[in-house]
Design a protein around this ligand. Structure first.
Ligand code: G3P
Ligand code: CA
Length: 248
């Protein structure tokens, strides 16, 4: 099983910042999961929410700011007094850094609530510009974004169908992903069970599960034989997995 650091090492550092990404690598993660949105001037930024209020000292929608305006906000607001100013990274900045790392990246296209025309093409073009083609996969809750990616990226690039905790596709996800041409099922750990895992395996669909931040979750994914763990604590998950593998 592979460990993906959810929004970087977000259990201990400001989510979706370069600091959180660097710390995830230092902790030994196999991969990084991050979220991509677009700014008012059409730039790609790494950020989770549609508005910047929760994690920065600014307010309002990402879409209402240019990239240079967004750079003035502190993405480490929740760590005030403990950590210095940390900017919102552009996706380009992330790719420039990732090109020198030995990790893969799970890029979530955040088109669940906002329609960003051509975000899929822009994201892929940036991946190619930095030579990261063999170290990325894509995921999205908006499966139309995945279908759009299918038209853009080579067939060997994995696409993961994210499904929500509430009303997420729980029955026959393997058949669904196979039918749609998605290579992976990205399910919350709570909705995984022996039946839907078996269905995925029968259809050759990978299972990457989120957000696994406790031992019960790790053990469940290990017992079910999942492929990837998306966690806020990559160091803990990696250490536990290594000890499991050593004891096999
Ligand atoms: O990739 C799994 C997870 O990131 C999906 O939920 O809201 O954290 O983007 P969210
Ligand atoms: Ca995400």
């Amino acid at each position: 099983m592979k460990v993906m650091a959810h929004r970087g090492y977000s259990g201990a550092y400001p989510e979706n910042t370069m600091l959180a990404f660097r710390k995830a690598v230092e902790a030994g993660t196999d991969g990084i999961e991050l979220d991509v949105h677009e700014t008012k001037d059409g730039q790609l930024v790494v950020f989770h929410d549609e508005i910047i209020d929760r994690t920065t000292d600014g307010a309002g929608p990402i879409l209402s700011y240019t990239l240079s305006e967004l750079k003035a906000f502190n993405a480490a607001k929740l760590y005030e007094g403990r950590l210095p100013f940390e900017p919102i990274p552009s996706f380009e900045e992330y790719c420039a850094w990732a090109a020198a790392q030995k990790i893969f990246t799970n890029i979530e296209i955040k088109t669940d609530n906002v329609f960003y025309p051509d975000i899929e093409r822009k994201t892929w073009d940036t991946v190619v510009r930095y030579g990261l083609e063999d170290r990325v996969m894509f995921s999205s809750f908006n499966h139309l974004s995945l279908l759009r990616l299918k038209e853009i990226v080579p067939p060997e690039i994995k696409l993961g169908a994210l499904v929500p905790r509430v009303n997420g596709l729980k029955v026959f996800p393997g058949a669904y992903c196979g039918w749609a041409g998605f290579q992976a099922y990205h399910a919350p750990v709570e909705i995984l069970d022996e039946e839907n895992v078996r269905d995925c395996k029968e259809h050759g669909i990978q299972i990457n599960s989120w957000t696994v931040n406790d031992m019960a979750g790790l053990e469940k994914l290990w017992d079910l034989g999942c492929d990837g763990i998306i966690t806020n604590f990559p160091g803990v998950a990696k250490g536990w997995l290594l000890s499991q593998e050593a004891g096999k």
